[in-house]
Design a protein around this ligand. Sequence first.
Ligand code: GLC
Ligand code: GLC
Length: 813
Amino acid sequence: MRFGYFDDKSREYVITTPKTPYPWINYLGSENFFALVSHRAGGYCFYRDARLRRLMRYRYNNVPTDVGGRYFYINDGGEVWNPSYAPTNTALDAFECRHGLGYTRITGERKGVRASLLMLVPTGHTAEIHQLTIKNTTSAAKSLKVFSFIEWCLWNAYDDMTNYQRNFSTGEVEIERNGATLYHKTEYRERRDHYAFYNVNADVAGYDTDRETFLGLYNEWSEPQVPAKGESSNSVASGWQPVASHGLDVQLAAGEEKTFVFTLGYVEVPREEKWEKPGVINKKKAHELIAKFSKPEQVDAAMKSLADHWSKLLSNYSIESPDDKLNRTVNIWNPYQCMVTFNMSRSASYFETGIGRGMGFRDSNQDLLGFVHLVPERARERIIDIASTQFPDGSAYHQYQPLTKRGNNDVGSGFNDDPLWLIFGVAAYIRETGDYKILDEQVPFDNDPKTAVPLFEHLKRSFHHVLNNLGPHGLPLIGRADWNDCLNLNCFSETPDESFQTTGNRTGRTAESVFIAGMFVGVAPDYAYLADKRGEAGEAKAARAEAAKMTDVVLKHGWDGEWFLRAYDFFGNKVGSKDNKESQIFIEPQGFCVMAGIGVEGGQAKKALDSVKERLDTKYGIVLNNPPYSEYHVELGEISSYPPGYKENAGIFCHNNPWVIIAETVIGRGDRAFEYWKKIAPAYLEEQSEIHRLEPYVYAQMIAGKDAVRHGEAKNSWLTGTAAWNFVAISHYLLGVRPDFDGLRIHPCMGGEVSKFTVTRKCRGAEYRIHVKNSGQSGSSGAPKLIVDGVPVAGDIIPYAKPGSTVIVECEV
Ligand code: GLC
Ligand code: GLC
């Protein structure tokens, strides 16, 4: 069942009912100011840090679902309704929500009044614009009372929901232009140099800034007193819960339409200039910001520049094919999600509260794979930030804070896959840009400037961190965990409330990871290539030798007969083996070892992937492990804490499905790879939205596995490494256009279902138009036939062209 449709021309998803199975959201903003907005106008905005600079209050996990947002109440002859349906839930004659790239437009219609609410964050500004257009579609005049409403968060989102003994006394506001501009200035009297405001570009009939006055004591969100009465109370908040609401009298002749622009802005003021006079905040910057968006034409211009911004970004990789679902995923929604993930990391979504995690070391390096072709200069900056949190021994803080860019001590280090992801990220960046100079960039350890060394030295420490931490079988030690945060082999936690990730009750050097071994073999050639480039031939040679050795170790101690083992636990017992009672096979090592080329020649790779198909594949994607753990195993940690079929315990983790997809292309089985991808690619799941439940335009982190009660149900959409990895799988491997160090590699491998397509790829300043005739026959070894600007080329790499040039490629598979 569908709850809307894709409008590809407008690059929008159109939701046609307020009753989607879960709030379906969008993100506004691309630099410093961000907002989450659901199809019911729910959500919140913040400046840079979702925890420390939150403007609007939002209630996670509340009743009803999705409480807090930008609400417009319309009183039409005594009946109160919202164009966003929420929060009054008054029946509408028509409803539509269009989520577009960086904006959302919600339209509701009732009894001859159509109200359309456009929300956007203009590029380069710290404000959310709400443009409300109200039309009288009847042939008689209408007299409406319209009320805006937002509730302020007292900045620190964590403190805001826990520290009531203080916060009920700190709230302060200021009121200007008879209530047309409402300021929120809580804590500005002391250390804060920032405030927020909510403005409307019209004269108001009244205003409210006190929540209880607006709603009425003990009232629900659906029965607010002020809109019901049809009159603002001009309340002035003092402590408790400051809000901002404008009251507008709107007279509409038959067929008439009026437009109002509301600006919800954030302003920082230099400390010496904070006050206009004692107790009165300096409003200069607010006035400037308001003036920029006080007319609909200015909003139109902001929309235009937003559209241009996205057109430019998305033109770096696009496809034309007979498959609309493929086109919209590659051209619009997958890169869009990658950009959102780049901006948010794992901080703020409808599943992440914005007060928990910072930026992950491994997460950020993987996210980079999905946006490096869109904003390479920002990828460069990100790499330096990440590398600056590494320790001198090559290990790394697992997370760092976006505001300070410092490593997070609460979580610490010890995730032994982390260091290798840095090599991954840097290699991807250099492949895209050819910017080898980044390797000379002076980068500190643990943010201590005195320790700065060239970035390449960081890669070296990463690589050697693995070699310096090998276990009894010669496989890498796992530490707290590897990619699978929940496989905690040294944790041994018996105490509730203890974190599985940071508790280490055993310090042995025995638990080993076959996954990290696969990663090591996979990144070694890149590392060696870069070492060679820098004239370190000895290091390159040694790295290649170590990779060959590790390959042997994996085939000897990491092979279980039909698939790759997952790990050895603290006691040296196998994890992910046919000898285990539960979880005999895991997805991660099958994907990563084959991607690294291990066992491709000897046939183990094919066997491993056949085992994946047989044991892990389901209707809705590939589960992480099978059979699931049915009880808690103290020696395995969090993985066995989840009920069977959910999350890391045999859920379909969409993040690692693409590893198997890529692995299938490595052994030339493009048809199977494409089939796997379609099972988790959101656009292909639209028809089963009632099962999947989440947005059909973005990937979710997890879909409940075959052993779960609710198989096929997704959770945790938007902020997940899934976005980047699937973009890599589809664009680099299935469609087969990927930048390599010395040229653009063209090697489609996706079976014959899509018989022809054209990829337009911009890379290093040139544009490549690649027309593919796709029989689906050739596998990985059978190179495609390439004709480049009329000249046949041997192999699958075409050298990079001069910046500014356009290269035409005919490709036959
Ligand atoms: C989450 C984490 C990621 C981890 C994965 C598997 O997605 O963000 O770092 O690799 O779970 O546990
Ligand atoms: C939880 C999640 C996992 C995440 C980890 C670290 O264990 O299940 O996906 O990676 O927390 O925050």
